[in-house]
Write a protein that binds this ligand. Structure first.
Ligand SMILES: [Zn+2]
Length: 164
């Protein structure tokens, strides 16, 4: 938004003005002072924490998934699991992601690696009665279940045939 636009009483922005504004804000976030101000917000959990249990409430950072204004709302990036999430807070659900851009968190950690979490990513391990599942377990269980269903269907049709 330009000061000229405000002075003239024009409260609406044209699409090109919005694009320039969003690009300007996104560019500003890559500046040192803005980056550090946002780090303070992230450390204060202003954007919330990762919803993934094994990330142990890791603070998340705002990120856009598109650099085109109006394309998508802001998302939250977890630097521990390297994934993005839709914010739960309603105040974030109407913010255009382009204001943060697709670059911000990655630029931040490139310039300030000391802010990157040092804990290793823990992956969830599915178990049944304490036993880890083999990589092909679901496939094998599905095959077995399909065979059982075929037998059940065949038995049911034989019972139906006997009635007549
Ligand atoms: Zn996470």
């Amino acid at each position: 938004m330009t000061s000229h636009g405000r002075d003239s009483g024009d409260s609406t922005m044209s699409s090109s003005e919005e694009n320039q504004s969003a690009t300007g804000i996104s560019t500003l976030l890559t500046g040192r002072a803005s980056r550090l101000r946002l780090v303070t917000c992230v450390q204060a959990n202003d954007f919330g924490t990762c919803p993934r249990v094994l990330c142990e409430q890791q603070a998340v950072l705002p990120v856009g998934v598109s650099d085109v204004p109006g394309d998508a709302t802001v998302k939250l990036f977890c630097p521990r699991c390297n994934d993005i999430y839709t914010p739960k807070a309603s105040r974030h659900q109407h913010v255009d992601g382009v204001y943060f851009g697709t670059t911000f968190p990655h630029m931040l950690f490139a310039v300030h690696p000391e802010f990157r979490p040092t804990q290793q990513v823990t992956h969830y391990e599915p178990k049944i009665y304490g036993f880890k599942l083999h990589a092909t377990a679901y496939e094998e269980m599905k095959k077995r279940r399909d065979v059982e269903r075929d037998i059940e269907t065949a038995v049911a049709s034989m019972r139906t045939a006997r009635k007549y």
